[in-house]
Design a protein around this ligand. Structure first.
Ligand code: ATP
Length: 457
């Protein structure tokens, strides 16, 4: 399959109100992006679909929403304060900064498992192979240094007195530290899951590629607490459900694949990513990890609070194991945009740009278009009726053909056109975005017609 063009997707996103460069009027702020009217709808719909699939539908699944700022001890216990960093090298000629593991991966075209190499091994490989700077082409590197990924800020109550606090680099810890509260209030028996959607922050060495890697992003994370002996089965089930969700939200099977990690964290028993074929190549979409008892044990050690679960049937006492599934909402939104983007040549030779979103996650479900301006009053009545049920667009400016094209470009699955026949018999046409076919329906039939087509199943 031909890879899609990222520049065209970025341009469409900017011109149609999906995503704008952050702080643009001040010249921007690198690798921050702001969601516009259709972008925020798309991302919210993706988050809702994820919540439905991972919190609403499965039994024994709950939601939480923890604070971004946490007691700094949390990051001591999790290990982030000590070791959440990437190996970076600077090019002394052009001053550009790179991740050493990425340099090796790109040079070896993925044949060398750079993530499993130590800094010494990375440096040796780069020197032996004389890997040049991808930006200026020189071979003039600084030694590797570890680059801290957590953003620090400070909280002071008295002038001059400041305590360092961190912007969380992942949401998962908010669930782990609440394990006792969550288990007590839900009275859930193992295995049970807790999901959370929220902002995370990482001072990335090499952010870029639009929404793919940013310094502030949303994560959707799902932790299953279980007995150690059940964890591998749950890990496999989680892999399947994560893949199914990616397909259901609109990503094609042929553009998704599992990638087992070459190097496991010392505590992990298994770890893999689902990769998506982005326009920049196969890249991680989400991670799934069997994390053993590490997280709760560490919080037990650092907080002094027992994280022991007592099995109500066997009376066994143990610290639960965690299976985690984590996916970036922004990265998934990018994948969905890439998959949906299409350029079609029409019979008249014109090109139409269309976003073939799954209707369940499309920003607007329906657009109401009066054929002519003097039909606007009737069209507004139809809009008011539909807007009670769905996110609806209204457009009465320009030729009907151009308006259909605009709706195609933001992926609106249905266009309702109010014409002169509407005034006579209360019927409208409904145009399908993908087939461009139109049918005629009574106004009272529109809501049920659309409702059954936009369910996320
Ligand atoms: P990567 O290898 O791409 O840096 P990671 O393995 O560090 O990612 P995790 O810590 O497992 O990522 O985070 C879970 C998910 O959060 C990732 O799969 C990705 O979808 C998303 N994510 C992580 N970092 C970023 C980022 N800087 N920008 C956007 N999304 C991100």
């Amino acid at each position: 399959m031909e890879l899609k063009n990222m520049d065209k997707i970025v341009n469409l996103c900017k011109s149609r109100g999906f995503v704008f460069p952050g702080s643009e009027i001040y010249g921007g702020f690198a690798n921050t992006w702001d969601f516009g009217p259709v972008g925020v709808e798309l991302k919210n719909n993706i988050k809702r679909a994820w919540w439905k699939r991972f919190v609403q539908e499965p039994p024994n699944s709950y939601g939480a929403d923890a604070s971004i700022l946490m007691n700094p001890m949390v990051w001591q216990a999790s290990g982030h304060a000590q070791s959440f960093s990437d190996p970076k090298m600077d090019c002394k000629s052009c001053k550009q900064r790179f991740r050493a593991d990425n340099l090796v991966e790109e040079f070896s075209k993925g044949t060398v498992a750079a993530e499993a190499m130590t800094n010494e091994e990375l440096e040796k490989y780069i020197n032996e192979n004389k890997i040049k700077c991808p930006h200026c082409g020189n071979f003039n590197w600084t030694p590797i240094r570890q680059f801290k990924l957590m953003f620090e800020t400070s909280r002071g109550t008295l002038e001059g007195e400041k305590d360092v606090v961190y912007l969380r680099p992942e949401t998962a810890q908010g669930v782990y530290v609440n394990f006792l509260n969550l288990q007590r209030t839900t009275r859930a028996k193992l295995p049970f899951s807790v999901a959370q959607i929220g902002k995370s922050f990482r001072n990335e060495v090499t952010p870029g590629n639009f929404l793919f890697r940013t310094i502030e992003f949303e994560q959707m994370e799902h932790q299953t607490f279980c007995k150690a002996e059940d964890a591998f089965e749950i890990y496999e089930e989680t892999k399947k459900r994560a893949l199914q969700f990616a397909e259901d939200v609109g990503l094609k099977e042929e553009n998704l694949r599992f990638h087992d990690h070459d190097k496991l964290a010392f505590y992990a028993k298994a770890a893999c990513d689902i990769q998506y074929r982005f326009p920049i190549g196969w890249e991680e979409l989400n991670g799934i990890h069997h994390r053993s008892q590490h997280d709760l044990s560490k919080h037990q050690e650092y907080s002094g609070k027992s994280m022991v679960y007592v099995d109500p049937v066997t009376n066994e006492k143990f610290v639960p194991t965690v299976v985690e599934y984590a996916i970036g909402a922004d990265r998934l939104t990018l994948a969905v945009l890439c998959e949906a983007y299409d350029e079609e040549t029409l019979e008249n030779g014109e090109t139409r740009v269309v976003l073939h979103f799954n209707p369940a996650i499309a920003p607007y479900k329906v657009a109401v278009l009066p054929l002519q301006k003097n039909l606007s009053d009737k069209a507004k009545e139809v809009y008011s009726l539909l807007a009670k049920q769905f996110m609806c667009d209204f457009d009465d400016a320009g030729s009907i053909g151009k308006r259909y094209r605009r709706e195609d470009e933001i992926g609106t699955p249905f266009c309702v056109t109010v014409d002169f026949e509407t005034l006579e018999n209360n019927t409208v046409t409904i145009r399908d975005r993908d087939t461009m076919q139109q049918i005629r329906l009574n106004i009272s039939e529109i809501v049920p017609y659309i409702s059954e087509k936009i369910i996320f199943n």
